[in-house]
Design a protein around this ligand. Structure first.
Ligand SMILES: *Cc1c(COP(=O)(O)O)cnc(C)c1O
Length: 425
């Protein structure tokens, strides 16, 4: 397949937009080559500026769980747009979406809408700190919670307990309040909590990680975190920006049968428009302004366009819960199909999957945390990614990103995808 016009558009974009993109992973840095410019999309397919049709396995990084340009969502947005796009005043549809989300998700009484997953996580951490009157948080290496300062932290050299900024512009002052632990390592977390006794406001985690490939928590790890938080008066924050309304109606809380204290959403909850949200029991949420002292606000938060897309999406998922089973079945089919071929061809690999999130790692060792995910062979990954692209299959352009299946993908599309894998190695 030719991607000539995309390359030309990329050259032009680079003159006016840093790196030619408005979010770094789009730039293909990890795999090389030029990104694909999309013209339009429908259902399972992207149509690019060169006229190619690609089967899409990222679904805008998760939101489009029912496929692109899904009619009920698009129609809801069009109808709303005609009536005005933002008022900076309350609207009934905010309550409708809040009510529906709360009815679908375990253990939450109230929800606040924002404009991105980043904003949701940033605000949730402020709420946790305000509510507990403590400053420190624990996050896990390889988990992504958006790009706010508190989360752009890496393991400090030498001392494992103190984070250091992993981006210029994040101050050491901020970094010292974020402690870093390893995913699936409960003993490490226990040690951190002990060394910082009474100082930790929150432990924030992707309950099923999707930003170092897909990594599921062990039962002992996630249950252990819950018990530790309860025992120590620490809030457990589930970043369900990826997993929310994807792994089940009630997200990872339901899929793992573990309750979190604050839950953050993004992606699916906006149906493809910019929406984030955070939610908890009333006692915690009532600490937020205007009820309480923890400040948080947004000019376009809860705007009718975004709310109408979210409402149409969640309504569909709520009314047709069989969608989750259908997605899981399709993902399992793809998982098995790819695994069989790579095994037959003697390509070392691990496929991690939880429901409709999955990732292919080119390594012999099980991938259970950031260190093991980082051992994947990136040359093999590049060959795989570009080989698939040549066959019209769009996979995440980084080994650290998860596939997100959408339900518009058919078994014929999956067979085409599996057949493409067979041509690469
Ligand atoms: C995508 C993502 C975010 C950030 O959401 P944005 O809408 O991109 O700001 C936060 N947490 C997780 C787990 C994500 O996958």
């Amino acid at each position: 397949m030719l991607y000539k016009r995309s390359s030309e558009l990329f050259q032009e974009a680079k003159k006016y937009i840093p790196g030619g993109v408005n979010s770094p992973v789009r730039a293909f840095k990890a795999v090389g080559g030029d990104p694909i410019f999309v013209k339009e999309a429908k259902g399972a397919y992207l149509f690019d500026e060169d006229g190619n049709r690609l089967i899409d396995f990222i679904a805008s990084w998760g939101p489009l769980i029912l496929g692109h340009a899904y009619d009920p969502v698009i129609n809801a947005v069009i109808d709303k747009a005609k009536k005005g796009t933002s008022f900076g005043m309350p609207t009934e549809i905010e309550t409708e979406l809040a009510k529906l989300a709360i009815s679908m998700v375990p253990n939450i009484d109230k929800i606040r809408f924002v404009n991105s997953g980043t904003e949701a996580c940033m605000s949730a951490i402020r709420l946790a700190r305000g509510y507990t009157s403590k400053d420190k948080i624990i996050k896990f290496a390889g988990c992504y919670h958006g790009h706010s300062d508190s989360f752009l932290i890496q393991a400090g050299s030498g001392a494992v307990t103190f984070g250091s900024p992993n981006s210029p512009g994040v101050t050491r002052g901020t970094a010292k309040d974020t402690l870093l632990a390893n995913y699936n390592d409960l003993a490490g977390v226990q040690k951190l909590v002990k060394a910082n006794k009474g100082e930790i406001a929150a432990i924030i985690i992707e309950p099923v990680a999707g930003n170092m490939g897909c990594i599921a928590p062990t039962e002992a790890f996630i249950r252990g975190l819950r018990d530790l938080c309860t025992a120590e008066g620490i809030l457990l924050l589930f970043d369900e920006v990826m997993t929310g309304f994807r792994l089940a109606k009630g997200g990872a809380q339901e899929a793992l049968n573990i309750k979190a204290d604050i839950v953050m959403f993004g992606k699916v909850i906006g149906g493809g428009l910019p929406v984030g949200a955070f939610a908890a029991k009333s006692e915690i949420m009532d600490s937020l302004a205007p009820n309480g002292p923890v400040y948080q606000a947004g000019t376009l938060s809860g705007n009718p366009l975004a709310m109408s897309a979210g409402l149409a999406m969640l309504t569909e998922l709520n009314n047709r819960p069989e969608i989750f089973k259908s997605l899981e079945d399709k993902a399992a089919y793809l998982h098995n199909g790819i695994s069989k071929i790579l095994t037959k061809q003697g390509v070392s690999h691990q496929i991690n999957r939880f429901g409709s999130m999955m990732s292919v790692h080119f390594t012999e060792e099980p991938v259970c945390d950031f260190a093991s995910a980082a051992k994947g062979n990136n040359d093999t990954f590049k060959k795989y990614f570009h080989g698939m692209l040549q066959k019209g299959i769009y996979l995440p352009p980084s080994a650290f990103e998860s596939y997100f299946l959408n339900d518009a993908i058919s078994y014929d599309d999956l067979d085409e995808t599996i057949a493409a894998v067979a041509t690469i190695f």
